[in-house]
Design a protein around this ligand. Structure first.
Ligand SMILES: NC(=O)c1ccc[n+]([C@@H]2O[C@H](COP(=O)([O-])OP(=O)(O)OC[C@H]3O[C@@H](n4cnc5c(N)ncnc54)[C@H](OP(=O)(O)O)[C@@H]3O)[C@@H](O)[C@H]2O)c1
Length: 175
């Protein structure tokens, strides 16, 4: 069902594996966000969880992604509007983008959504922007317990590059 389509999880992360603090706040700097938008825009297709969408609507992030189609994972599906479409299953999201001819989908969090995609065996690549900071251990991990039954998973780093502010982007594929 997924042939010819690549699915990447893209996340900014602290060196101790946190993607946000306990209040959903993130410390990433502007250049890191620019790299995030560049990557998402090159795909044109973004998946976010409903909680992440809510957080994005409190900032100007959605404006920067106006040309990107966004699929939202939620248990309460509502009618599509603007560039947003709502789904209750990862497989429905894959089918939606595949039907529109996309060849690359970016899953942009949060941990619950990442975990549901991983658990469904849909992820080909993990792209981590590691920011030189240690966040409190009560923060949010990259994956939550939803996908524990599928772990461990072995990854192979394919390449990495330096971003600004001491941040390093590493690309991993699933073995
Ligand atoms: N560092 C980064 O790059 C980055 C990127 C994105 C987000 N974040 C952080 O991630 C955190 C948010 O992540 P999160 O894990 O709390 O939430 P999330 O993945 O953004 O969204 C979770 C939502 O998914 C829906 N959902 C849950 N179980 C489901 C199921 N079985 N089937 C279908 N839909 C289901 C629910 O929506 P409904 O409640 O509507 O049903 C739930 O509220 C925030 O702290 C944010 O700052 C960090």
């Amino acid at each position: 069902m997924k042939s010819g389509l690549k699915i990447s999880i893209l996340m900014a992360i602290s060196v101790n594996g946190m993607v946000a603090d306990q209040y959903d706040q993130v410390p990433w700097t502007k250049p890191i966000w620019s790299e995030y938008y560049k990557y998402v825009q090159s795909s044109g297709a973004l998946v976010v969880g409903r909680r992440t969408l809510d957080l994005m609507t409190t900032t100007d992030e959605l404006d920067k992604l106006r040309k990107v189609k966004i699929a939202v994972l939620t248990r309460t599906v509502q009618a599509s509007h603007d560039n947003l479409a709502y789904f209750s299953l990862p497989t429905q999201i894959v089918e939606y983008f595949q039907n529109q001819g996309f060849s690359h989908i970016v899953v942009g969090g949060g941990p619950k959504t990442n975990s549901l995609f991983l658990k469904a065996g849909l992820v080909d690549e993990l792209v981590l922007d590691t920011f030189p900071i240690i966040l409190t251990s009560t923060g949010k991990l990259l994956f939550n317990s939803t996908c524990d039954t599928e772990l461990p998973k072995f990854l192979e780093p394919t390449h990495s590059k330096d971003l600004e502010n001491g941040c390093v982007r590493t690309y991993y594929i699933f073995r």
